[in-house]
Unconditional design. Sequence first.
Length: 212
Amino acid sequence: MSDVVLYDYWRSSASYRVRIALNLAGIGYRAQTVDLVKGEQTAPAHLARNPQGFVPVLEIDGVQLTQSLAILDYLDRTRGLNLLPEEPVARARAQALAHAIAVDLHPVCNLKVARHATQLSGGKGDMPGDWMRHFIRPGLLAFEAMLEGFEQAPYCTGSAPGLADLCLIPQMYNARRWQVDLSDMPRILAVEAACADHPAFAAAHPDAHAPG
């Protein structure tokens, strides 16, 4: 049994990113579900792992790591995944793509945030669907425009998957879940198709980790 443990939830975008990276690195791991719907993230056992009560938490190399971008950076540096370009300008632009999803878009579409918005609305309209679409579509349209500075071949920033792809694909899963119109985003759709054909992405897909 692997001594690498990933505490995750199948639909968590942050966990999805880390699953892709672990697959890219060829690291076998044991998945330990933290059911966000049941509130298991607030249990004392999980708060001892991560006081923020978030997933994922990764146990690897004798340490326990939180925050998906920090985990991805650790895996990149220790396993040589080359998730970011070395050239400073290209590196900054690739990070900006990743952050546009992971730092700006994902947090407002977090389950806890969407639930609170639903409560505040009193259940009016199509909540939380309206909330999700309100933020996801403009966020992805901006990402589409940001891709114009890169020569896709066939991933966001080059011929191999990078940090931007690891952040984009989980958000695309959410976009499709909430029926976001993606028809005018050809670059993003091309990246999504390329990633769907990559074994590391396919094995990390939520459908492969759904309970039951």
